[in-house]
Design a protein around this ligand. Sequence first.
Ligand code: ATP
Ligand code: MG
Length: 357
Amino acid sequence: TTSTPRLHRIAVIPGDGIGQEVMPEALRALQAAQARFGFQLDLTPIGWASCGHYVKTGEMMPADWKAQLQGMDAILFGAVGWPATVPDHISLWGSLLKFRREFDQYINLRPVRLFEGVPCPLAGRKPGDIDFLVVRENTEGEYTNLGGVMYAGTEREIVVQETVMSRFGADRVLKFAFEQAAARPRKKLDVATKSNGIAISMPWWDGRADAMHKHYPQIAVEKHHIDILTARFVLQPQRFDVVVASNLFGDILSDLGPACTGTIGLAPSANLNPERQFPSLFEPVHGSAPDIFGQNIANPVAMIWSAAMMLQFLGEQAAHDAILKAIEQVLAQGPRTPDLGGQASTTEMGQAIAAAL
Ligand code: ATP
Ligand code: MG
């Protein structure tokens, strides 16, 4: 322990729908962690980056959004999107995707873990069988606007869409993944590829993984074609510890992973700029869930776990571990929200986690 308070400046953006219901529970957990571990949070609540703001002002964010967020250590984000009033391409591209791009959050990190007390859709799996990290490249790769349609509307119609990978972009995500693997006890990294079908970019990606491996000889590396890798997520999830993938493959794996562990209401994520030139963003995997908004039944765990990941990134490892323990305890003993088969409200579950802290 140290006598100098560790001060962290956090932008708090609840966003839309259940983002507004789960965010107070994350703040409750952070408050409890703050009291116990002696750091300080300087929280700035932000109402924009929401569809509510768009309806009032005609824009998702103010013109100076970047200046307002630039000095923050992190952004804690609920969910964005309210398709009944604002189309997703406006809400998403006008907020979250701008953050990712402009703040160069090139890592998308998603932990996948099976907890006691949560029914697993995979038969016979026990807590401990599933506990791994998916590291997704977040800024380049298969998701480009390069290409086009030729001879549109004719029998000769042809469509082309390019993949763009750079040595800089691939190396930095691979390096991050090796570092994660090196920091964990199993010393294993699984690499998603498809070098047998995507014959130019994927052999190149494999080559970058091999080159990076030379700097981490203590790590065992296994490459899997994406098709068999998805099968292995379901059939042999215990074999994974850290999995690294390009943008598209990582997108698929980072939904499949959490799906293997029960409800979407548990899965957290981090969009990281590991060099800390810009604030990183922490958010649940789930969206704004208009179908259950207003009933106080959303599961707050994904949001609370995202807040714990934020503390870990800010150097508060002990607080992160304690929040995870509290989540574990409440998932095992209850109270639980309806998506977990319980009858508790969002607030009750959030209070129980804060109390366990
Ligand atoms: P996105 O906003 O990412 O495009 P979406 O709007 O299609 O996703 P979500 O908002 O994540 O989807 O909701 C998908 C389903 O999961 C909905 O039926 C929703 O009620 C349920 N769901 C999402 N989050 C939670 C949660 N925290 N607790 C309980 N159920 C949830
Ligand atoms: Mg949505």
